[in-house]
Ligand binder design. Sequence first.
Ligand code: PA5
Length: 460
Amino acid sequence: MTHITFDYTHAKSFFDENRFQAEASRVHAIHQTLHDRHADVEGYKGWVHLPHTYEREEFTKIKRVANNIQNDSDVLLVIGVGGSYLGARAAIEMLHHNFRDLLCEEARKTPHIIFVGHNMSSTYISQVKDVLQDKDFSINVISKSGTTTEPAIAFRIFKEILIEKYGVKEARRRTYITTDKEKGALRKLAEEEGNETFIIPNDIGGRYSVLTAVGLLPMAVSGIDIDQVMAGAHQAFEELHEASMDNIAYQYAMIRYLLHEEGKTVELLVNYEPNMQSFSKWWQQLFGESEGKNKQGIFPVYATFPTDLHSIGQYIQDGRKDLFETIIQIDESVEQITVPYQEENIDELNYIADKTIHTINEKIVSGATLAHVDGDIPNMAIHVPKLDAYTFGYLVYFFQKACAMSGYLHNVNPFDQPGVEAYKKNMFALLGKPGFEQQKEMLEKRLKEFVPQLVASKMN
Ligand code: PA5
């Protein structure tokens, strides 16, 4: 049996099961393309063999540097966006205490991890500056291209603060750069300033890079056992290696594809653990950026139940029927908390007295699943034994494998993201980047037509 299990009992009646086997030869061909290292046409399949082939020397360096940061910093500032931050955040939130940052230093043991560079909110950035004032901190700036605007701006701001606090030499020592081996502004800077660097292999794209230094260094600094992360990923690599319809990653990909063919164009990833929200965001980027192109793809959204049953539950039950659900269900509970018995029973809850919270949660899962299936919402479940570093590594690899298969089933390249460039070009033009003059004029004219007052006030 595989480490995680996949159950699509409650999706079966929504697609033609004959298609499932009929598509097996396509799955087989895609599998060969993914695994054939020589057929690396897109140049982005390094993640497929990574759990087996990862650089052991780099891995040891990650642990050594993480240890140094733990010893000399109260805070690690992780600067990055998209695939250069979501995976690390997913792991850190999923595997640590929900209220980690409120725990005393003795209980927490390792530095706070603060993420910047994924937004351009002056409120957020100035609040990060506030909390850094009396703290020792280091920076891990992560960007494969080394040119992404939002993290580059954040780096400029916080590098200056680091220099003010420690002087140039020590600031350089406290700046850790994760980037391409040869290319980009960050590589150039590291060469000039002599910072410690980590490599993002050039055959691994941003959203497939969490099991490289991109994710592993922040995880290790936070105290996550990265040996366990890689061990879990390795088990997934071995268990999900077969070019067969018994491979659960391919089952998940195929059912998504067949449901999409039946008009189910939105996937809701459901979890029952509040500390899995960042993991859901990581999943959302993985599938959204990999699949949404050529007017194709399933729109990935996520929810935490039962919280969101009381917000979008009504829509799921009775709204448009273009949705299917994938639940991540944790089978083992960490703490056995029970509902206390009360003699007066004013709230009439004695019928569940002595039941564990975990049991109650399981009943909510079953109740919601059956209600949604009755409401024409297909449902798949991914059963996870428990939330630990090993399972995190396994889940990452499972979803990456499923996502690549799913992209190819939809006839798109799951490793590029040409659509992200459109907003960047507009932003460069509107900010006045040299070379974008003509576009600036055009965009400002368009904006003026739509919101004359706003543009007029900004241009004065
Ligand atoms: O998946 C991707 O490739 C993207 O989401 C990138 O990770 C994101 O745009 C950040 O890019 P970079 O690491 O070059 O700054």
